[in-house]
Design a protein around this ligand. Structure first.
Ligand code: SF4
Ligand code: FE
Length: 507
């Protein structure tokens, strides 16, 4: 990492990742330079797009840093009003449209936004000094316009046991040694989106912790190349197609996502980068605030959905049947599903509010509803895209066959659809649909939509906690004439957190 150089374009960013001596394993071998690996590069290209968009649309994808006074990525910004939250979502949709995949930068953004307010409240209660450290850390990140990754999901071992009860304590990241200068941590984080493509990682606990879990209540920032870290690259469906050398069978010519396992073996975190150290009582608040931000960040999938709807519309046109009413209806249904995701996410942001620190957070109920939609609707959109594409989406011959001197001619003849449409273009469009619904980017569009930021049940639990059933029951009892309405309960008294925000009433 080249300290002191401010990254100001996608090309700068790609250069900043070189020569870091990371210990990355892929296919049982150490990767010499991840930047040049054909299977890793598409994920770097996707993240680089966040820098390019900041130059193309500065109002959308960048901000003036309150710490340095210079323009930095919006992905490094602490939200201080509703508009900031909303613009995050708009930027995410746009980047989904531009890449058709996961651009990997939201986990870190949502992590430090959550930490900003949690450190403030932790200091208030425990008289610690984490909030100032957090601001100094962010200042440093802004000076270089770095990518911050967020590392939350522990590997968890026996799910019925608390961290301190595990046979092997390393199944949750924890402190192994404390010195005057800082702490050492060991453990592993799974499914780490974009970790190798980041410059720094913020390590956080994954769940509510109890008093016996104090050593697991650790939050700190480490450079991605810190000593003691090993990365084991996650395979994705059809990923080796990018090593075949062509550009058709990959489906998405340039972009892909990245997930890896990160293993920490006594990794040192100096005091200045520690933002929680034993305050187990704030672990739940941190996880909840992070997931509140992150579950509405999944509007990224509406941008990816826009690409898939476009691909489906293209393929029906190439097949010569764009006007059939049942086809149009399926495209309408896909759009309806896609906008439902966006609608709930952006509403969660519009209903944002200030925390004690001054940082704004979005509405928890609607953020959870957004993410819950995301666990289902992309699958429906994907099903409709495959329906419209036809069986060829899963039986298409390879690019090498298309380029073969003999059978290539046959393929061009027999895979010809509407006159004037090149067979190769039709194949490319089908491959893109394959890529997004069962290939490499289905990892991001479907399975990550299912499990990222918490599996479906996690959202149902939060929705259940927030749904204010007693208040709703009372509404019904009054209107049915079973209970009397009275002044005390008429407007504000029983509104609770969610509805007081809906109606903008301060109680
Ligand atoms: Fe961002 Fe979406 Fe990727 Fe998560 S899945 S990091 S929200 S682009
Ligand atoms: Fe994710």
């Amino acid at each position: 990492m080249k300290n002191g150089i401010k990254i100001s374009s996608g090309a700068d960013y790609i250069e900043s990742l070189r020569n870091r001596n990371l210990k990355v394993y892929l296919f049982g071998e150490l990767v010499e330079e991840p930047v040049d690996h054909p299977m890793i590069r598409p994920s770097i290209n996707a993240l680089a797009k966040t820098y390019d968009l900041a130059n193309e649309a500065p109002e959308l994808a960048s901000v003036i840093s309150p710490f340095t006074g210079e323009r930095v990525s919006r992905f490094l910004h602490v939200c201080t009003n509703v508009e900031d939250l909303v613009l995050q979502n708009k930027m995410q949709r746009k980047l989904g449209q531009m890449t058709g995949t996961c651009f990997q930068r939201c986990v870190g953004m949502d992590a430090f936004n959550a930490l900003y307010s949690v450190t403030f409240e932790m200091d208030e209660k425990h008289e610690t000094h984490y909030h100032e450290r957090m601001k100094s850390f962010l200042t440093k990140m802004h000076q270089n316009n770095y990518v911050i990754g967020g590392a939350m999901t522990d590997v968890k071992g026996d799910r019925s046991l608390a961290p301190h009860q595990q046979v092997d304590p390393d199944l949750f990241v924890h402190v192994t040694k404390r010195t005057e200068e800082g702490v050492y941590i060991s453990g592993a984080k799974a499914h780490q989106t974009g970790c190798i493509n980041s410059h720094w990682m913020v390590v956080m606990p994954t769940m509510r912790l109890g008093e016996n879990d104090k050593d697991f209540a650790i939050v700190g920032a480490v450079p991605v190349e810190a000593e003691g870290i090993t990365y084991i690259y996650g395979r994705q469906s059809c990923d080796t197609r990018s090593m075949e050398g062509g550009s058709i069978d990959v489906g998405n010519v340039k972009y892909g996502g990245q997930e890896a396992m990160v293993i920490f073996e006594n990794v040192f975190i100096p005091n200045e980068y520690i933002f929680m150290n034993g305050e187990f009582d704030f672990a739940a608040m941190l996880v909840e605030r992070f997931t509140t931000y992150h579950r509405r960040s999944y509007v990224c999938k509406s941008g990816v959905g826009d690409v898939l709807i476009g691909a489906a519309a293209n393929i029906v046109e190439m097949n010569g049947i764009p006007k059939a009413s049942h086809i149009k209806d399926k495209l309408v249904e896909m759009t309806h599903l896609n906008e439902t995701i966006y609608g709930t996410g952006i509403a969660a942001s519009y209903q944002g509010y200030a925390t004690k620190s001054g940082a704004y957070i979005c509405d928890e109920m609607l953020a959870n509803v957004c993410k819950h939609h995301v666990t289902k609707m992309p699958y429906d959109i994907g099903r409709l895209a495959q329906d419209l594409a036809g069986g060829l989406v899963a039986t298409l011959p390879s690019e090498q066959d298309l380029n073969h001197p003999e059978i290539g001619k046959l393929l061009r003849k027999y895979l010809q659809a509407k006159d004037g449409v090149a067979t190769e273009d039709r194949m490319r469009m089908l491959r893109l649909i394959e890529n997004m619904t069962l290939g490499r980017n289905a990892v991001g569009y479907l399975t990550e939509s299912m499990h990222g930021a918490g599996s479906p049940q996690a959202q149902r639990i939060q929705i259940g906690r927030t749904m204010q059933l007693e208040y709703k029951k009372r509404l019904a009892l009054v209107l049915a004439g079973i209970e009397m309405e009275n002044d005390k309960t008429s407007i504000t008294e029983e509104l609770g957190t969610y509805f007081s925000r809906v109606f903008n009433l301060d109680i």
